[in-house]
Ligand binder design. Structure first.
Ligand SMILES: NC(=O)c1ccc[n+]([C@@H]2O[C@H](COP(=O)([O-])OP(=O)(O)OC[C@H]3O[C@@H](n4cnc5c(N)ncnc54)[C@H](OP(=O)(O)O)[C@@H]3O)[C@@H](O)[C@H]2O)c1
Length: 215
C-alpha cells in the first residue's frame, strides 16, 4: 500500500513523520512542487517520496492536509477515486489577524481573540462537504481533532494518546485504525461520518481539542 499526503504543512509533514517511522511507503505533495520538499523527504528517509498532487492523490489511501479554504480547489481536478480511501484531516475554520481584522470584534465568536472563525457550511458537516469533493472515495475523518504536536508523542503520561476517527466504510476505517495502532496511539471509532465527524471537528466539536490518554 502507498499513502498519499496532499499538503506538507503542520499536519501533512507530521503525518509523514508517523509513516516514515513505520517505514510505510508514501508520497507527499504541496502547492510548490516536489523540489520544495527536498529537505523534508531527506529528513524522513527512503519510504517517503515527494511528488505532484496528482501522484499523491493516486495512492491507495490519501490524507487531505490542506486548509479548508484550499480544499475545493485542490480536490476539484484529481483522478477518479474508485473506492480508494481519503482521510479527511481538515477542519472548517478560517484564520484572520486579530490585530487588524474586524472579525476580531465578533462577540458571537468565542475564538475571535485567537484569530479563528468557523466557516458556515450551510448546515452540512465538514466531511459531507469533503465527500462531495472526492466522489467515489471512502472517507474517514481522522488526525484532525488535536494540535499536530500530539502526533509527535503517541505515548505520554504512562498511557497512549487517544485518536478519534469516524467513517461510513468499516474496511476503510480498519485501515486507518491500523496505522494509528501501529504508531502507538489508542484509536476510538466514533461511528458514522455524520455522527463522529461533527463530534471531533474543530472549532466546536465536543471531543475536539481534548487530549485524552488511555492509561
Ligand atoms: N495545524 C494543526 O495543528 C492541525 C491539526 C489538525 C488538523 N489540521 C487541519 O489540517 C489542515 C492543514 O492544516 P495545516 O496547519 O497543516 O496547514 P498549513 O501548515 O498551512 O499547510 C497547508 C498545506 O496545504 C498545501 N496546499 C495549499 N494549497 C495547495 C494546492 N493547491 N495544492 C497542493 N497543496 C496545497 C500547502 O502547500 P505549500 O506548502 O506549498 O504552501 C501546505 O503544505 C487544515 O484543514 C487544518 O484544519 C491542522
Amino acid at each position: 500500500m502507498t499513502i498519499g499526503i496532499i499538503g506538507s504543512g503542520a499536519l501533512g509533514s507530521n503525518f509523514a513523520r508517523i509513516l516514515a517511522k513505520l517505514g510505510l511507503s508514501a508520497i507527499i505533495a504541496n502547492s510548490r512542487g516536489p523540489a520544495s520538499l527536498a529537505d523534508l523527504v531527506n529528513e524522513l528517509g527512503p519510504s517517503v517520496k515527494a511528488g505532484t498532487v496528482e501522484e499523491a492523490a493516486s495512492a491507495d489511501m490519501v490524507l487531505v492536509a490542506v486548509r479548508w479554504v484550499d480544499a475545493e480547489k485542490v480536490l476539484g481536478s484529481l483522478p477518479a477515486w474508485n473506492g480508494r480511501i481519503v482521510i479527511d484531516g481538515t477542519n472548517p475554520v478560517e484564520s484572520f489577524d486579530p490585530a487588524t481584522s474586524p472579525d476580531a470584534d465578533d462577540a458571537s465568536n468565542p475564538l475571535a481573540a485567537y484569530g479563528i472563525k468557523a466557516i458556515d457550511l450551510g448546515g452540512k458537516n465538514s466531511s459531507q462537504v469533503i465527500q462531495q469533493f472526492v466522489p467515489g472515495a471512502r472517507v474517514v475523518k481522522a488526525f484532525n481533532h488535536n494540535d499536530v504536536n500530539v502526533l509527535k508523542e503517541p505515548e505520554t503520561a504512562g498511557g497512549k494518546r487517544v485518536l478519534f476517527y469516524s467513517g461510513d466504510d468499516a474496511a476503510a476505517k480498519a485501515e486507518v485504525r491500523g496505522i494509528m495502532e501501529a504508531a502507538g496511539f489508542f484509536p476510538i471509532d466514533l461511528g458514522a461520518l455524520d455522527v463522529g465527524g461533527p463530534l471531533a471537528s474543530l472549532p466546536f466539536g465536543t471531543l475536539s481539542t481534548h487530549n485524552f490518554v488511555r492509561i
